[in-house]
Ligand binder design. Structure first.
Ligand SMILES: Cc1cc2nc3c(=O)[nH]c(=O)nc-3n(C[C@H](O)[C@H](O)[C@H](O)COP(=O)(O)OP(=O)(O)OC[C@H]3O[C@@H](n4cnc5c(N)ncnc54)[C@H](O)[C@@H]3O)c2cc1C
Length: 337
């Protein structure tokens, strides 16, 4: 069992940040993962597609890139099937596989970068659907002991861009496979969020199939978000903050048109972080090699050659300026390492 040494992580993160891994290994099976862990190189960091991480320095110890792939149907019910996908499977490939197999549930999550194994970590979500809506359970290897553990939905403690694996379980497990429950017929069509309905209407589609929704989402995302292959980024850098209704009322007094969404807790609302950032004048602003994307203030970009420290510095300048103006402290969605 050999480890690569002093490997550049530049090709393995969508921000396009240069950082070195002291030791590096890609694993394609659970046994290989166990063997690598037996080498006891510490600390261990599990990397997927690198689309939600910001490296602010070199990575000491071992970086394991999860490349455990494979998708199989494990159970069939009347209208549902359970599908188990390897943690290293590319998320969008999994979505395309589901859509082309006629299985519904993940079409709204088309084109989200990254891997299946990372999807539960922050309970990925887009266009009115979250991973937890189709989630059955996952298998994760405990890095310390090499033991395989099953986590059901309750164990995962999913929240908005949050789970057990971002809190108590952070850095302790490698998610090796995820089990999803997808529909075979009578799909739960969800087109009320964002511009999906508008795009479908423009194409003259009245009763969309899951493939139509997936194509609409791909079209919308491609027009709004920067392609990491062309301009380094991690998608939304910040979470949309949830605040007390009283905070919203205070903001409303100065900004009567402040956008907001209801959340299950009736005393609270969510305010789009992008709107708050835009009001502070950051949208489209460039600072050195980094900046705030011109079409979406929530996205920080690397114009080329930016360091992780530069991006982090900009992120905290934004956080401070939003807090100063609105009294709302933004929280990064991206893992800053
Ligand atoms: C252009 C763009 C658009 C995006 N849009 C969205 C969006 O709409 N919705 C959304 O929710 N996210 C979005 N993201 C963020 C990102 O795609 C997701 O968070 C994705 O799930 C990250 O997957 P990854 O494999 O790249 O994880 P990585 O970036 O490699 O890792 C992220 C974190 O998860 C941990 N991790 C990774 N794999 C495993 C594993 N197998 N086991 C345990 N821990 C693991 C890592 O240690 C790290 O802490 C976007 C990103 C980009 C670049």
């Amino acid at each position: 069992m050999k480890l690569a040494q002093d490997i550049s992580l530049l090709p393995f993160n969508t921000f396009g940040i240069q950082a070195q891994a002291e030791y590096y290994r890609e694993v394609t099976t659970v046994d290989e993962l166990r063997d690598v862990l037996r080498l006891r190189k510490q600390p261990v960091f599990v990397l997927g597609g690198g689309s939600n991480v910001l490296f602010t320095g070199d990575m000491k110890g071992l970086v394991i890139r999860n490349a455990i792939e494979g998708t199989v149907v494990t159970r069939r019910f009347k209208n549902k099937v359970w599908v188990k996908a390897g943690g290293g499977t590319v998320w969008h490939d999994f979505v395309q596989w589901a859509v082309s197999s006629g299985l519904g549930g993940v079409e709204n999550l088309s084109l989200i970068p990254g891997t299946v194994g990372a999807a539960p970590v922050q309970n990925i979500g887009a266009y009115g659907v979250e991973l937890k809506d189709v989630f059955v359970g996952l298998y994760a290897l405990e890095l310390e002991t090499g033991k395989l553990r099953y986590f059901n939905k309750i164990d995962c403690q999913f929240g908005y861009r949050d789970s057990f694996f971002k809190r108590e379980g952070k850095g302790k497990y490698c998610i090796v496979s995820v089990v999803f429950s997808l529909t075979q017929h009578r799909h739960r069509i969800n087109i009320s969020y964002g511009d999906i309905r508008k795009v479908l209407d423009a194409a003259g589609i009245r009763t969309p199939a899951i493939g139509d929704i997936s194509r609409a989402v791909i079209q919308i995302r491609s027009s709004k978000l920067p392609d990491p292959a062309k301009i380094g980024n991690c998608g939304s850098f910040f979470k949309n903050p949830e605040v007390e209704r009283a905070v919203l009322e205070r903001i409303k007094a100065a900004y009567p048109t402040v956008p907001h969404f209801d959340v299950p807790d009736k005393n609270r609302v969510k305010i789009p972080a992008g709107w708050l950032i835009e009001q502070c004048g950051w949208k489209g602003k460039r600072v050195g090699n980094t900046g705030c994307y011109e079409k979406q203030a929530l996205v920080l970009v690397n114009y080329g050659g930016a360091t992780g420290v530069e991006v982090r510095h900009l992120a905290f300048e934004i956080i401070d300026s939003v807090e100063c103006r609105f009294g709302v402290r933004l929280e990064p969605e991206v893992s800053i390492l």
